[in-house]
Design a protein around this ligand. Structure first.
Ligand code: ACO
Length: 460
C-alpha cells in the first residue's frame, strides 16, 4: 500500500532541488551545498540561483527563483539572513513547498523580529520552513545530500534529527568510520516552523527508517511532541539525547539555540510515558540505534549469554542484573545441547561458558542451539580473542546466524587487530557488535525497555 501524501514529502522526496546562494567559490557554503547535491547523486533536476552567474558546475544558473523554467518543490537557501524572508515569498509564488534555511542570524542572535518575518512569509506563501540556522538535510534512499557536511553519507536505517549543527556535521563523518548507516539526517536548528514532532510524524511511515534518534536541547510544543512520539513509539523506537541536564547546561542551551531546556526530571518522566528511550550520551544513543536498525523487535525477556571467557561472562551477568535483563535458567534439553559444544570443564548454565578452547565451530553450535530453543528470546555472544580461535570466521558465522533468526542478538568482541577487523565485518553487515560486554548488554536492555513500553502504549 502506498503511503498518503504528506506536506513534508518534498523535504525527503523532492522532484528537484533549488539552491539559492549557490556559489562558484570553493570553501563557501553555497558551493558545498551545490557540489554535495551533485556528487552524492541526486537524480532530479538541480537549479542553482545566484544573480552573479550564467552557469555553475555546468548547470545553468538563474538570477532568482522566479526565473527557473521547471517546477520546484525543495529550495535550499544560503544567503545573508536579512534577504531570506523576501526569497521565501518568491519561492511560494513559484510553487515551492519546503525551504531549507541554512542562514544564521535569526532568533539565536536576538533577531526574533527577523525570524517572525521569515515565518510570516512562509505562512503567507504556503512554504514550510526547516531551520533557520542549520546545516541542511540528507535522505539516503533518494541520494539527497543537501548539507554542507561531508559528501558521503552511509546508507542505512537510522534517522537522526539534530538541533546542534556542529554535532550533526561531526557525526556524519563519524558514522562513516563506525560503519553506521543513516536513512535521514535532519538539522533542525531554531525550529521556527518544522519541528521534531513534524519530522517524527513523517518518519513514522518511512519504510527506510527503523529507528529515530534525536539530539534536542528544547521542545517547542511539548504536548504535540509527546502525542506524536507516543504513536511513533508503538511502531518504531525513538532514542533521545536531551542536553541541558544541569543548571549550567541549561544556560548553555539558551545561548546556543535560544531554547528553554526545562526541568530535566520532567523531561525524563514525560519521555518514559511516551515510550521514548533517553540515552545519556552520543555513544549510548548510537549503540542502541545500531541494534534497533536491524529492525528486530523484542520477542520476550529470557536471555542467554554464550562466551569463551568466564570473566566477561560474569561482567555481562552483573550488567544484565543491573539493566533488568532476565537471564534464563536453561532447561535440561538445552543444557544438554550446549554441553555437546564444550569440554567437560565448561558450563552449560547461564552464562554458558564454552571455554577458552572453543573455536568458531563450538560458538556456532552453541548459538544455533539457543536460536532453535523456544525458551531463549535473546542471545548475547561474548568473545575474547585466543590463539586457537579465528575472530573473523566467528564474525562471519554470527552475521549469518543473526540474519537467520528473528531473535535479537548482540555481541562483544575483545582483542587485538583481528578483532578490530572482525568488528568491522559485523558492523558492515548490520550485526550489532560492541567493544565491551557492558555496551552490548545496555543496547539489548534498551530494546527490551522499548518492548515493555510499547506493550503499555498499545493498551492505552
Ligand atoms: N539570491 C541568490 N543569490 C544570492 C542572493 C540572493 N538573494 N543574495 C546573495 N546571493 C549570493 C551571493 O552572490 C553569494 O555568491 P558568491 O559566493 O558567488 O559571491 C552567495 O549568495 C552567498 O552570499 P554572501 O553574501 O557571499 O554570503 P556568505 O556566503 O558569506 O554567507 C551564509 C551566507 C552562509 C548563509 C551566511 O550568512 C550564514 O548564515 N552562515 C552561517 C551558516 C551556518 O553556520 N548555519 C548553521 C549551520 S549549523 C552549524 O553550526 C555547523
Amino acid at each position: 500500500m502506498s503511503r498518503k501524501s504528506h506536506p513534508l514529502d518534498p523535504l525527503f522526496h523532492p522532484k528537484s532541488v533549488v539552491i539559492v546562494g549557490a556559489s562558484k567559490t570553493p570553501g563557501k557554503i553555497g558551493h558545498a551545498l551545490l557540489t554535495n547535491v551533485l556528487k552524492y547523486g541526486f537524480k532530479g533536476p538541480v537549479y542553482p540561483v545566484n544573480p552573479k552567474y550564467e552557469e555553475i558546475e555546468d548547470l545553468k544558473c538563474y538570477p532568482t527563483v522566479l526565473d527557473i523554467p521547471g517546477e520546484i518543490d525543495l529550495v535550499v537557501v544560503a544567503i545573508p539572513a536579512e534577504n531570506v524572508p523576501k526569497v521565501i515569498g518568491e519561492i511560494g509564488a513559484k510553487g515551492g513547498k519546503v525551504a531549507v534555511v541554512i542562514s544564521s542570524g535569526f532568533k539565536e542572535v536576538g533577531r526574533d523580529d527577523l525570524e517572525k518575518e521569515l515565518l510570516e512569509y512562509g505562512r503567507r506563501y504556503g512554504v514550510r520552513i526547516l531551520g533557520p540556522n542549520i546545516f541542511g538535510v540528507a535522505y539516503t534512499p533518494k541520494r539527497l545530500n543537501a548539507t554542507f557536511g561531508p559528501t558521503e553519507v552511509r546508507e542505512g536505517s537510522i534517522a537522526f534529527i539534530t538541533q546542534s549543527g556542529a554535532l550533526g556535521i561531526a557525526l556524519m563523518g563519524w558514522t562513516i568510520v563506525e560503519k553506521i548507516g543513516l536513512s535521514a539526517l535532519i538539522s533542525v536548528g531554531n525550529k521556527s516552523d518544522i519541528d521534531d514532532a513534524d519530522l517524527l510524524e513523517w518518519l513514522k511511515d518511512d519504510p527506510h527508517t527503523k529507528v529515530v534518534l534525536v539530539y534536542m536541547e528544547g521542545v517547542k510544543d511539548g504536548r504535540k511532541f509527546l502525542k506524536v512520539a507516543r504513536e511513533v513509539s508503538k511502531k518504531k523506537p525513538i532514542v533521545v539525547i536531551k542536553a541541558g541536564r544541569t543548571a549550567r547546561g541549561m544556560k548553555a542551551v539558551s545561548s546556543h539555540t535560544g531554547s528553554l531546556a526545562g526541568m530535566d526530571s520532567v523531561y525524563s518522566a514525560a519521555f518514559e510515558q511516551a515510550g521514548i528511550l533517553r540515552a545519556d550520551n552520543v555513544e549510548e544513543a548510537f549503540d542502541w540505534a545500531v541494534l534497533f536498525s536491524t529492525g528486530k523487535v523484542p520477542l520476550g525477556e529470557e536471555t542467554v549469554i554464550i562466551t569463551n571467557g568466564g570473566g566477561v561472562g560474569v561482567l555481562a551477568t552483573d550488567a544484565c542484573e543491573v539493566n533488568r535483563i532476565k537471564l534464563l535458567d536453561p532447561p535440561e534439553d538445552l543444557r544438554e545441547a550446549f554441553s555437546s559444544y564444550m569440554p567437560p570443564f565448561g558450563s552449560a548454565r547461564n552464562p554458558v561458558d564454552i571455554t577458552g578452547q572453543a573455536t568458531h565451530v563450538e560458538f556456532e553450535g552453541a548459538v544455533e542451539s539457543a536460536i532453535k530453543h523456544d525458551s531463549v528470546k535473546n542471545i548475547i555472544v561474548l568473545y575474547c580473542q585466543t590463539a586457537v580461535s579465528d575472530p573473523i570466521k566467528l564474525a562471519e558465522v554470527l552475521v549469518e546466524q543473526n540474519r537467520s533468526t528473528e531473535k535479537p542478538m548482540v555481541a562483544s568482541f575483545i582483542g587485538g587487530e583481528e578483532v578490530a577487523e572482525a568488528m568491522e565485518i559485523m558492523r558492515e553487515r548490520e550485526f550489532p557488535a560492541y567493544p565491551t560486554p557492558e555496551r552490548a548488554v545496555k543496547a539489548l536492555a534498551a530494546m527490551l525497555r522499548w518492548g515493555r513500553r510499547r506493550k503499555l502504549l498499545d493498551r492505552v
